[in-house]
Design a protein around this ligand. Structure first.
Ligand SMILES: NC(=O)c1ccc[n+]([C@@H]2O[C@H](COP(=O)([O-])OP(=O)(O)OC[C@H]3O[C@@H](n4cnc5c(N)ncnc54)[C@H](OP(=O)(O)O)[C@@H]3O)[C@@H](O)[C@H]2O)c1
Length: 283
């Protein structure tokens, strides 16, 4: 299973996304089973956020991970930008820990950049790291210029990951951001790797005949090809979301699928590598 180093730990390159999960009590059993199917299949990294279902997603994750050894998992949550202040961040982190029923996060991300001065948010994230409530911190929806700014801050060298939208149909990051992160050994968490909720963002890649043919040749699904493509560079961890245990097993197993250089070249012909700067895609 392909692994990626994140904050000094090797974890499988496919993790578990949880947006839109936890809010509907009628679905909680199925959703818990899906998360647990992912862990049973080998996934370690689980991505959630305080904003997802106003905390309901963290509560669901807290329930789902209860039977497992906490130290074997890698739990990521995110602080809503306006809460990432010296005054409020710690109490929002405590509330997340409470919902997740854990006493630390493996990684805490600034969900995106907004009004609060970056220096204040980063200083507070780093203070939580020093306090031991989080093992590492990172950012999300940051482009290269924002990351360069983080680098200049006093605690900037502790930046442990960036999470951005990345999939075959939204591969602008290949131009500059992924090379930038690769050079510094900062992993990328790739969100919406199969095109977002109900695949509403980038549907054509799911029905592209060349991708279908590659899937057929590997006895794999189109989703597995898309995920394997996303994690091909060795620094990217894809975090697909699914509430379906079969889909989950399929997704996690994509970390075992190795695309050939001929596959990658055929994919590049369909979805060309960017040749100029493209602004970040956002979900
Ligand atoms: N940092 C940020 O700002 C940000 C933004 C967006 C998302 N995220 C994170 O990234 C995660 C993933 O992104 P996302 O939820 O936007 O999109 P995604 O994972 O690309 O797509 C999710 C959709 O794909 C379907 N799906 C997944 N695997 C499948 C499979 N093997 N077969 C068939 N359908 C499949 C799911 O439906 P089924 O349930 O029917 O399988 C769901 O509707 C989120 O859950 C969240 O944790 C972060």
């Amino acid at each position: 299973m392909k692994q990626v180093k994140i904050n000094g730990r090797m974890v499988p390159a496919i993790g578990i996304g949880t947006w839109h999960m936890g809010s509907d009590s009628a679905k909680q059993q199925v959703e818990t089973a899906a998360i647990q199917a992912g862990i049973a299949a080998g996934a370690k990294l689980i991505d959630t956020a305080e904003i997802y279902g106003k905390g309901a997603s963290e509560t669901l994750v807290g329930q789902a991970i209860k039977p497992y050894k906490r130290e074997e998992l890698f739990v990521v949550s995110k602080v809503w930008p306006e809460n990432a202040t010296k005054k409020d961040l710690e109490q929002h982190l405590d509330a997340s820990l409470d919902r997740l029923k854990t006493d630390y996060l493996d990684m805490y991300l600034l969900h995106w950049r907004d009004q609060v001065p970056l220096e204040e948010s980063i200083a507070e994230l780093d203070r939580m790291r020093e306090k031991g409530k989080i093992k590492s911190w990172g950012v999300s929806n940051f482009d290269v210029a924002d990351l360069e700014e983080v680098e200049t801050l006093p605690a900037g060298q502790n930046l442990a990951a960036n999470e951005d939208l990345y999939n075959l149909n939204a591969r602008g990051l290949d131009f500059d951001l992924i090379p930038w992160q690769k050079e510094r050994d900062i992993p990328l968490l790739a969100y919406s790797p199969v095109g977002g909720l109900n695949n509403n963002l980038h549907t054509d890649m799911l029905t592209n005949p060349v991708i279908e043919q590659i899937a057929h040749e590997h006895n794999a699904s189109v989703y597995q090809v898309l995920l394997s493509w996303t994690i091909r560079d060795g620094i990217t961890i894809a975090i697909p979301q699914t509430a379906n245990a079969d889909h989950m097993r399929d997704n996690i197993a994509a970390a075992n699928l190795e695309l050939t250089s001929a596959d990658l070249a055929a994919i590049d012909e369909q979805y060309p590598r960017p040749t100029h700067k493209i602004p970040l895609d956002l979900d």
